[in-house]
Design a protein around this ligand. Structure first.
Ligand SMILES: [Zn+2]
Length: 100
């Protein structure tokens, strides 16, 4: 059974629908238009199909950390607000943009 994600589409929402919630529904079932908790108008949020995220993950793998280092690049990943941690290559182990 597919799972649908719903989120409040108005300013009048409750804790339940402000962040959105998942509902298991049969394909034939009518989509929800109101939050079951507070009755606010809600909209169905379209989630990216699994196939798309799979492709994105695979294309990211082509630039492996070893390749980055071999080609003289340095890679950082964001670990917090303005903070970066080195994952490959030469350079400082961490970058804190607030100290630059
Ligand atoms: Zn609600």
């Amino acid at each position: 059974m597919p799972t649908y994600h719903y989120q409040a589409s108005t300013e009048n929402h409750c804790d339940h629908c402000v962040e959105g919630f998942d509902v298991m529904q049969k394909l034939a079932e009518a989509k929800l238009t109101q939050c079951p908790e507070c009755g606010a108008d809600i909209k169905k949020v379209i989630c990216a199909p699994a196939l798309t995220s799979q492709l994105t993950r695979d294309s990211k793998k082509t630039l492996s950390e070893q390749n980055i280092e071999k080609n003289g690049f340095t890679q950082y990943r964001k670990v917090g607000n303005g903070k970066y941690e080195k994952t490959a290559g030469k350079g400082p182990a961490t970058i804190d943009r607030e100290n630059l």
